[in-house]
Design a protein around this ligand. Sequence first.
Ligand SMILES: [Zn+2]
Length: 67
Amino acid sequence: MKLTNNLPVEELPGRVHCYMCTHRVEATVLKQGTARKTRPGQRCPRCSGSLDSGYVLEVYSGGLVTA
Ligand SMILES: [Zn+2]
């Protein structure tokens, strides 16, 4: 599997599962092709835990919600 590609990275609002407080929180998501990850350096608004390893649940992209 190719781990790097040249697709543009989109920053989109989305929802992330925070492992620290096990809640879904709003966060900025980086989307590159079909890959999604949380933008590094974000903190959970509930528990102030790092969302770097958070699991991306949803991405809000132009009104279209993708899982
Ligand atoms: Zn949290």
